[in-house]
Design a protein around this ligand. Sequence first.
Ligand code: AHR
Length: 633
Amino acid sequence: ATVRVDASPGLARKIPDTLFGVFFEEINHAGAGGIWAELVSNRGFEAGGPNTPSNIHPWSIIGDDSSIVVATDRSSCFRRNIIALRMEVLCNDCRAGGVGIYNPGFWGMNIEDGKTYNLVMYVKSPETAYLTVSLTSSDGSQNLASVNITVAGTSNWTKLVQKLVANGTNRTSRLQITTNKKGVIWFDQVSLMPADTYKGHGFRTDLTSMLLDLKPRFLRFPGGCFVEGEWLRNAFRWRESIGPWEERPGHFGDVWHYWTDDGLGYYEYLQLSEDLSAAPVWVFNNGISHHDEVDTSIIAPFVKDVLDSLEFAKGSSNSTWGSVRAAMGHPEPFPLKYVANGNEDCGKKHYRGNYLKFYNAIREAYPDIQMISNCDGSSRPLDHPADLFDFHVYTDSKTLFSMRNTFDRTPREGPKTIKLWFLTVNIFVNMIRAQAFVSEYAVWQSDAGKGSLLASLAEAAFLTGLERNSDIVQMASYAPLFVNNNDRKWNPDAIVFNSWQHYGTPSYWMQTLFRESSGATVHPLTINSRYSGSLAASAITWQDSGNISFLRVKIVNFGSHAVRVRISTTGLEASVNELGSTVTVLTSGNVMDENSFSHPKKVVPVKRQLPDAAENMQVQLAPHSLTCFDLTL
Ligand code: AHR
């Protein structure tokens, strides 16, 4: 087989700086119990709903009916999350260890020896109360940290702040609050955060570093279906997710079926984008859920709501919403340049009508914002104005492998500019050529296992097609990004974690071989081989942080035989230097091999020197492999 690369400058094209990024959805407990480091689940006791009595899950009671009575009531000092917990202790000198309540967090809290945990909680007690707050093993038998707190008797709520330093490690710990004295005490907004979060911004450091290693150029958030909701009443509402964490009402995400306290809110998503040096892509709800829609004739308040969200992100700190952002600690505006008008809603009754209302209002207020439509423009132009269109694909490995050519067929011709004719109330829009945003792609179902090598190879082939077509494809992200192993709502995912461990699936590692492509230069490449039906390849030139230039040729061998290939490059402006040239291979003994907590690095890229690097070189591709040749120039 021969792979010919023509690196002549005249045929080279710059890949958009934004090509590869990440899509973060609050799915699989990716945020709550995931990258958001809060250890307490249902910290405000709101998850059971606003009526009482309510379910306080996963809080539980220490003691029995004769010693303690626990109930929710509506006596919180926080207007938007009015539920608090009332605990009445009936005993003096209660059982050893006292009676009280405990919270196991999200399938157990990861408490580590020597680390500090910041506790904040709100309490109210008419009489002086004596509390012990501890971190213990899941059955309470091992004490990892403990502090005694005296709460002065008053009819007002008091905010208590304490540091707990662990004297042991336990991966499935719980937080417990106990007492030995008779009396009544109320609790609300109980938070326990590890002191060391990424940049002190509340993000779990290990999971954040997995994202940093992808060098994502954008962060699409917060969904996905999470944005839509099964019903609009349960959709993500940015306004309810900002401001002091204690005052956020939280909400039940009815698509993925779990409660989020919304500690990871709109502001935190923008902050995470900044921390990753990734452009934020805000997917807003445009009045459409899975089962209900807002009629276009009454969509105006929703449009205003989204304009406010843009002012929150982009407005000066003197503006109404920009000042709220500034008060939260970010006086500088966030560079929000992309918004998606809904998620997967193109076919819905009111999509186009609502879309245009949002589009026109945003275009007028923020001409710099790029707008993303949910309608697929990959095979024909859109009938409405948009800068980008969403393209989602979840399919089997053979189909995705074959889709490496999908965007070859996307029409390039046609007007770029928008012509609008206002006919009384009707707007006629010319056919529009927008850029593609492959905002969700993955191999799924049986080919994927829980993240197989096979899936990652088909995805890699698909991505070589996106690189080649990056004149029309501006952005791409794998989905979903994260899964907490205890709540696998969607399979497969790029990063798997529990309270203390994590690993990347082969699809994650595959993406690390594409991270240098954003902003690089792509070159034409041809494959001549009897195996060409099972080979996919791309060629880029790029520079590392030390300004050393490389030619990178990536080849996917999707077949089950090793293939000998001659890579022949012409048109390079500098010659190939063996020194520093490398080859990196992602493969494994079995195409269905996966990583796991016990074997997190079973299928990962393996890099070695390439002493025979040259413009013309003979190489061997392993069966079922992605091979990345980096030739120093
Ligand atoms: O990525 C999982 C889901 O797939 C997303 O929420 C949705 O956009 C798509 O259907």
